[in-house]
Write a protein that binds this ligand. Structure first.
Ligand SMILES: [Zn+2]
Length: 430
């Protein structure tokens, strides 16, 4: 049996039954958290010194399109229409399997580096089995908990029923890499196709994720409700503009909501739905969505969602944001029995955050400090299922220079093939 003791840290467990410790220990045995206490005697354990560290469950990002990593930061000024034109209508068709692999691996490692131990990779580059397998291989290679969410794509969708069945056979439900089904909305594909896809998910026992929203004229959730298509295994992404009645339908169905606050505010989706979701009885979760437009770390997502809601109505507390980004998002992925809090019996997906860093010191109130001033530079140590995958601020065993070279080559090749400039003058015309 392998034993690891996280010793003397400030434990923020995100489990009310466990509570927090100003100074406490966490014992991990064979990858599973077995004890959390003020002091634990474990003379035979490997000790990780957690003094001057906050010990927190790893973040869960339940919606990110990793395949766009090669174009990180290029569209900070873009509207949603420009992003869609650029990514889906212009560059996507030029992606090879190698491009998908490089973007997925570096995207997943960046998130892990920033403390995201669990990520749902919402795949909609949708070129065929070879590309899908490249994404799966990259997610397997990153020593993290990942969910490959296979979608039919967007703008130029292809039917993926056969692919869903094929990947379902290839991935089991117990490992670090599992799968989900990325559904197309009825506005994109029609209610008949959506119904068929939901039926396939039911048949295969797959959780699903679906982008949705309304400008006030559509009622996508009410339409799905009427057709009997709401499930407690579906995460609805964004949802900006949904009526309170529709939010209550989601709450009643046990569905979940993924808010991407930066993207929604910057790209014209409308106000994030955190406050209204809570009022309707629906726990929101947080996600990054697309890194061409926004940063990839959950600290920024928490801060944006917090500021947006406070600006609207003064709502939310710092601990709410931390819950959205950990336990609530784990629940939305169906992984709350495994991850999302520091709870005995769960797998040890834990991050250690520096409290001695000058950007956050002195830490008098850990939750408030993390939500208001946290950043990826604080992430000192990351464990996934008890395995140390980041130590002393560096990912273990990742050849980042080689991967950077690979991703640059990929970006340059795609851009050349698509005929788009990389000198800052690319202004997509929707
Ligand atoms: Zn998305």
């Amino acid at each position: 049996m392998t034993k690891t003791l996280l010793s003397g840290g400030t434990v923020v467990s995100m489990d009310p039954a466990v509570g927090d410790y100003e100074r406490g220990d966490v014992l991990i045995e064979d990858g599973v958290i077995t004890k959390v206490a003020g002091h634990i005697d474990a003379p035979d354990a490997e000790v990780i010194d957690a003094r001057e560290r906050i010990v927190l469950p790893g973040f869960v990002d339940n919606h990110r399109h990793n395949w766009q990593t090669a174009f990180r930061g290029i569209g900070a000024d873009w509207t949603f229409g420009q992003w869609a034109t650029a990514m889906h209508d212009t560059v996507k068709a030029h992606y090879t399997a190698e491009d998908v692999y490089a973007a997925t691996l570096l995207g997943r490692l960046e998130a892990l580096h920033s403390g995201v131990t669990t990520m749902l990779d919402w795949y909609h580059v949708a070129q065929g089995p070879e590309h899908e397998d490249a994404a799966i291989a990259a997610l397997r290679e990153a020593p993290a908990r990942s969910i490959f969410c296979l979608g039919a794509g967007w703008a130029t969708p292809r039917p993926v029923d056969d692919d869903i069945r094929r990947v379902r056979c290839a991935l089991d439900d117990d490992g670090l890499l599992t799968m989900a089904f990325g559904l197309r909305g009825a506005d994109d594909t029609g209610m008949d196709t959506l119904a068929r896809e939901v039926q396939l998910a039911d048949e295969l026992g797959l959780r699903t994720s679906l982008h949705t929203g309304s400008d006030g004229t559509q009622r996508p959730i009410a339409d799905m409700h009427k057709s009997g298509l709401l499930r407690d295994t579906t995460t609805f992404v964004h949802g900006n503009g949904l009526s309170d009645e529709e939010l209550r339908m989601l709450a009643d169905a046990g569905s979940s909501l993924s808010v991407s606050p930066d993207v929604e505010l910057k790209m014209g989706f409308g106000a994030p739905m955190t406050g209204r979701a809570l009022a309707a009885g629906l726990r929101p979760t947080l996600s990054i969505d697309v890194v061409p437009s926004v940063g990839g770390d959950m600290f920024a997502a928490m801060r944006a969602a917090f500021a947006a809601q406070r600006g609207l109505d003064g709502g939310l507390r710092a601990r709410d944001l931390l819950a959205f980004a950990t336990i609530d998002a784990a629940t939305s992925c169906g992984l709350h029995d495994r991850t999302g809090s520091i709870t005995p019996g769960k797998e040890a997906d834990i991050i250690l955050l520096r409290t001695d860093d000058v950007t956050i010191f002195p830490v008098t109130e850990p939750v408030g400090s993390l939500v208001s001033a946290g950043h990826p530079g604080l992430v000192d140590t990351v464990l996934v299922a008890g395995r140390v995958v980041k130590r002393n601020g560096a990912l273990v065993g990742a050849d980042l220079p080689a991967l950077r070279t690979r991703l640059l080559a990929s970006r340059d090749r795609i851009a050349a093939a698509a005929g788009v400039p990389l000198d800052g003058t690319w202004a997509p015309q929707p």
